[in-house]
Design a protein around this ligand. Sequence first.
Ligand code: MN
Length: 192
Amino acid sequence: MKHELPRLPYAEDALEPVISRQTVAFHWGKHAQTYIDKLNELLGEKASEERTLEEIVKESDGALFNNASQTWNHIFYFFSFSPERKKEPEGALRKAIEQRWNTFEQFQQEFVGSGVAQFGSGWVWLVKDNEGKLDIIKTGNAGNPLTEGLTPLLTFDVWEHAYYLDYQNRRADYLHELWKIVDWSVVEKRYL
Ligand code: MN
């Protein structure tokens, strides 16, 4: 089975001005595409086996892990956004966030702070453990919480390629702006 990027559920310019059409074109169309092309190349004949992308992420290391995980991470990131979005979490997820961080705003602040604090390339994540407890973690390079037995709920990409065209070196500004396009109905579904 050759792995393929799904079609984005919105137009290339739908996330403007938070993420420009040009950044979506490069970040999804070139960077994410290159990871999945490289993944298929590395799998070679094994591409016909019935392992899912998630299974490869959990079971591999080296270049195979890097390209499989970067593919998974980018799909997860881009599918967290929508121009017709739910603006804030409700219900069980809202309650869990407020139990952990007191307020939704405090959670957002700590999430951005972790993304800013990640040295070099990587990702900041909202995750759930086996007992349903929430946490914010950061991973370097292609790192993925699935390999630590955690359930990812939301991620922001802090590789420079994610924001340099629109924000240059201003990573914190980019991370703050992303709250304007997160679709919390997607995150709620991941939580349940
Ligand atoms: Mn990226």
